[in-house]
Structure formats: C-alpha cells, structure tokens
Design a protein around this ligand. Sequence first.
Ligand code: RFL
Ligand code: PHB
Length: 393
Amino acid sequence: MTRTLKTQVCIIGAGPSGLLLSQLLANAGIDTIVLDRKDRAYIEGRIRAGVLEQGTVTALEEAGVAGRLHREGLPHDGFELAFDGQRHRIDLKRLTGKSVMVYGQTEVTKDLFDKRFEEGQAFHFDVEDVTLDGLKSGVPQVRFTKDGEAVEVTCDYIAGCDGYHGVSRRAIPADVLKTYERVYPFGWLGILVDQPPVNHELIYANHARGFALASMRSATRSRYYVQCDLTDRVEDWSDARFWEEFATRLGPETAADLKTGPSFEKSIAPLRSFVAEPMRYGALFLAGDAAHIVPPTGAKGLNAAVADVRLLARAFTAHYEGNDARLEAYSAQALARVWQCERFSWQLSMLMHQFPEDGAFAKQMQRADFAYLVSSESASRSIAENYVGLPLE
Ligand code: RFL
Ligand code: PHB
C-alpha cells in the first residue's frame, strides 16, 4: 500500500534552504511538504557557517525569524586579513556602508525549525529512497519510504534543497546538466571552544605553514580553523597540536591574546568550488548547496543559499498570483549571482592558502596581491563589497 499526499511545493531537504523556503511560502499562503533523510536534532547539530550578509538578515526578517538573531547576533563592521604577520583591516562599514552579522548556522536552523513547528508545518524526517518523477509531465511526484511504508507526494513543483550529496540534482538528465568543479588540495580543520575570541573581529591569516581563521559564535565562544592536509583525520589533531599550530599561524603579536582550552567540537571539511547548470528542469528547481558549493573562505555558502531561496520564493509567489516571468527567469538570475560568489570565494581562497604544489612565483603573486590590497582603497573596497554581499538582482 502506498500512502498518497498532495501539496503545492514539495521541498526536499530541511537544511537552511528548505526551511527558509517553506517559511517564506507559508507566509505567502502556499502549502509545502518538507522531507529530510535525517532528523531535526541531527540537522540542528551540524556546525557550519557563521557570517550572515545583510541580505540574509533581511530575508530572515521577512520570514519572521530574526528576533533572536537581533538580540544575540554580533554585528561586525570589519574583518582583518593577515599575511606573514602583517595585519590589514577591511573596514566594511566605511568602504560599503554595510556590515555583516556573526550568528551561527545552527542558530538560524533552530529559529526556523521553531517557527515551522509552531505553525504546524508538515515534515517527514528520516525518509529513505527519495525519487523524483514526472518532472516534465505536468504531474510531478516525489516518492520515498518512511519506516518501511511507501509514500507518494504529488505536487505542482519540487524544490531540490537537499545539499551537495542530495538526489534532486541527479534527477536532471546528464545531457541537460552541466557541472563545473574545482577541488582544492587541502581542507579546513575547525574547532569550537568556550573561550573569548582572540580578536573582536575575524582574522583570516596566510602563514608559511598554512591558512588560519579566527572566528567566533559569541563573546564567550570561539570558532577557529587551520588549513590541513586532505589525508588528515580529526584524531591526528590533538587540542595541543591545534593550539600550537594556530598560535604560530596567527603570529606572536595576535597569539599573545589567545585563550586556549578544551575543544568540544572538531571536524574537517574539504574545500570545493562547484556549480551545476541549469538550476531548473521542468517542475524541479534547485536551491543552495544542491546546485553550488563554494570554499568557506569568503563565508558565502549559506548566504548564496539564502539568496537563491529569496528569488525562488518570490517566483513561486508570483506564479500563484498568475505571473510566471520570475519562475522562467529563476535559473539564469540565480546563476549570475552564484558565479559572482564563486569568483570571490575562489579569489580569496587563492590569496589566503598555501598551495603545496605552488612554487616561488605563485607565492610572490600572493604577496603582491596582498601589498596591493594594503595600498589601494579600491582593491580593499572590492573585497569589502563582495564580503557584505552583492545585490540580489
Ligand atoms: P544543507 O545544509 O546541506 O541541507 C541539505 C539537507 O538535505 C538533506 N538531504 C536529503 N533529504 C532527503 N533526501 C535526500 N536524498 C537527501 N540528501 C540530503 C540533508 O540531510 C540536509 O538536511 O544545504 P542547504 O540547505 O542548501 O544549506 C547550505 C549551507 O548549509 C551551506 O552552504 C553552508 O553550511 C556551507 N558551509 C559553510 N558555509 C559558510 O558560509 N561558512 C562555513 O564556515 C561553512 N562551513 C559548510 C561548512 C558546509 C559543510 N558541508 C556541506 C559538508 C562546513 C561543512 C562541513
Ligand atoms: C565561521 O565562523 O564558521 C566562519 C566564518 C567565516 C568564514 C568561514 C567560517 O569565512
């Protein structure tokens, strides 16, 4: 026996993209079903992004989930780039008139879940064997199993918000889908520690031993990263090894203010640039990591996902009001912005990391790039306007 369900938009994935889309559509009176192969606790526990652009904050305000964000988030008017010990501040506020908000992805996800549950959103967690059918038939269906029971959802549209490893993108025929990818020859090892941040703003450091990033989650919780080898495992990095390496890469002056302690989260993420085109196939629309990945250096992953979702929510809303122009434009419009995020994240990654295969010439290019940033306000403004986020359209 197959259980059948019906909705307007079936959303695959309950990460930030899927949750925000369901909230924005609910606000517009559009019915959705959201499914995920994990459960709420698992999704909320994933430690990921930390920096929100103003456009992302606006989207969360529009969705009605920005109360705690404004109470607990930390507005940042700038950040620092450090190269061989020399620090250069990018004054976001002065250069662009905008700032960013430091507020963890875990908190964004919690806020969205709280509101969706409060409003009685239909969720299906721990689903298996998700398949998408009839994408060009006018009667799209999403099928899955849950606790051994087969379920079929018929809907008007499917939103593929199921991240890089999801099934939605793979439902687009290979002769239609074009993918672009760059895998970087290193990863980031990240830790969380209940100690005050080493600096009141973020520091991205390029040191001869590799990249390091000093970020934070609150006045008492720090999020720190070091560039590591792709073959490294978390077990290879004791807290003692991490602190020694991190302090070395920050340089003695900055490290003098470093407060160490036992880490309570430690994970390794590989760095990748990836784009899939188009972001629409028939009734299927992709959003967020399902369609594109950026290396975390520019803090763009979550922000790019939210920008997609804002466009997509507006497009569905216009569709149900009788106007399809935004749905037709979605893929091209989203991709134009995505490629800008890709360019910036790639550029900053190239500037700030040690590339094992690079020789002395490439190192001199990094050095010249950094010197140009320090000497030219235009160059710093270019970094700043990308960091705070380019306009949505
Ligand atoms: P998500 O968050 O990956 O959510 C996708 C959801 O889809 C579910 N799913 C499925 N559900 C049903 N059926 C299937 N077959 C499914 N396959 C997957 C998953 O369980 C999940 O709940 O994608 P979304 O919503 O598009 O959000 C994107 C952001 O999460 C992402 O861009 C950022 O977190 C990227 N990212 C970072 N971005 C930053 O800006 N700064 C960071 O420091 C940063 N660190 C990271 C990151 C991404 C990481 N990943 C993907 C491994 C660190 C890591 C480790
Ligand atoms: C983080 O706080 O996790 C973070 C901040 C900035 C980045 C990447 C990650 O560019």
